[in-house]
Design a protein around this ligand. Structure first.
Ligand SMILES: C[S@@+](CC[C@H](N)C(=O)[O-])C[C@H]1O[C@@H](n2cnc3c(N)ncnc32)[C@H](O)[C@@H]1O
Length: 269
């Protein structure tokens, strides 16, 4: 079985030799095809909801294993890509494989404490000033980042996002939005099986305006109150232009087939 998997991995690498894909231990998907397909889904979403094109300047907060980076390298010809990420291994890999060859791609390590992703981190997310000037990005993107941050951290990030976005720029971010519908569906035990793990439902512990699945490491899964979130966008001069609800809580699949909920918002002029 192990030899079979190694051979399979070898042939996949051969087929996708033109694509920059991190080694297995730095990506969640076992198969390279799956990894790249997920990247393409994100790319299409950015084109559709954030007007991404080959000249865009994009900030991708928390690049993780870099599904988006893999597909953006051949796409972003004249634009720029920047990311800051708390996991040093991801940053080192992408810096060495892409950053060195493509000077329009920037990878920054932000040593921020996170109970799950960076338990030895030195600094606090709520105090982190993004290492960029005001009004420089056309797009700020957060895929599966706010689903692991506390409301105080989300609020701080949204104010920094407002600062670094150009007027008219778009922030596209994913969440687990808590409202009457998601609370009701989740209580029926029909939430996404892969997210449930051993639990019967996802919204198990409520702390004011946020919910967690787990009692111990709370930042593994965070659901956020919809009204609080909309108010926070508004306070930060970010006008919500699209909401695409995902099927994480057992909702029927949207045409975009998204698991997490997506907010697209524009920085007011
Ligand atoms: C579920 S992964 C998503 C990664 C990537 N965006 C993707 O779609 O594949 C969450 C990522 O957020 C990063 N992260 C956690 N806390 C962060 C913070 N305060 N600022 C930026 N990134 C953070 C983690 O290291 C991890 O790579």
């Amino acid at each position: 079985m192990t030899i079979f998997n190694s051979l399979k991995g070898f042939f996949h690498r051969l087929i996708y030799y033109k694509r920059i894909v991190p080694p297995r231990h730095l990506r969640r998907s076992r198969h390279i095809k799956e990894f790249l397909t997920d990247g393409h889904v994100q790319l299409q979403r950015l084109i559709k909801y954030a007007n991404l094109n080959s000249r865009s300047n994009i900030l991708d907060i928390g690049c993780g294993g870099g599904k988006l980076v893999s597909v953006l390298v051949p796409f972003l010809k004249e634009g720029t890509y920047s990311t800051f990420e708390v996991n040093k291994n991801y940053v080192e890999y992408w810096k060495n494989s892409v950053g060195k060859k493509h000077n329009n791609f920037t990878f920054i390590h932000a040593d921020l404490w996170h109970s799950y992703y960076n338990p030895d981190g030195k600094y606090k997310t709520v105090e982190y000033i993004f290492p960029f000037d005001n009004n420089v990005f056309d797009i700020v993107y957060l895929n599966s980042i706010f689903t692991h941050l506390l409301p105080s951290e989300m609020s701080h990030y949204l104010s920094e996002i407002r600062r670094v976005l150009k007027p008219g720029g778009i922030v596209l971010a994913t969440y687990f939005i808590v409202n009457n519908e998601s609370l009701f569906l989740d209580s029926k035990g029909i939430s996404n099986k892969a997210l449930l793990k051993q639990c019967h439902k996802l919204l198990n512990f409520q702390y004011g305006n946020y919910w967690t699945r787990d009692g111990d490491i709370t930042e593994r899964f965070i659901g956020i109150d919809e009204k609080w979130l909309k108010d926070t966008y508004n306070k930060n001069n970010l006008e919500i232009i699209d909401i695409i609800y995902g099927n994480w809580c057992g909702r029927d699949e949207s045409p975009d087939k998204t698991l997490q909920d997506i907010f697209a918002a524009q920085k007011r002029y």
